[in-house]
Design a binder for this molecule. Structure first.
Ligand SMILES: [Zn+2]
Length: 80
């Protein structure tokens, strides 16, 4: 995935959606998009909602953090 820094600087808005257990996003100007796999569809939906609220600009910090320990939890646990 190309680094979407240009979109951040230009203030482009991003749309977030869910495809199975992946969060998918796309710049509304058509510059860039991407996807990130999550453990399950419920988590993907939660993240898409959370990320969508952060527009404009791709929330790189949040996306980066989510690849670390913050989001990772054992599959099947902590489900509400
Ligand atoms: Zn853009």
């Amino acid at each position: 995935m190309r680094h979407p820094l240009a979109c951040t600087l230009l203030g482009h808005r991003w749309r977030f959606g869910v495809d199975g257990s992946d969060v998918v996003w796309r710049c509304v100007r058509g510059c860039e998009g991407g996807r990130r796999a999550y453990d399950d569809a419920a988590e993907a939906r939660l993240m898409a909602r959370r990320l969508g609220r952060g527009a404009p600009g791709p929330p790189l910090g949040l996306l980066t953090a989510s690849s670390g320990t913050a989001i990772r939890k054992p599959r099947g646990e902590n489900r509400s």
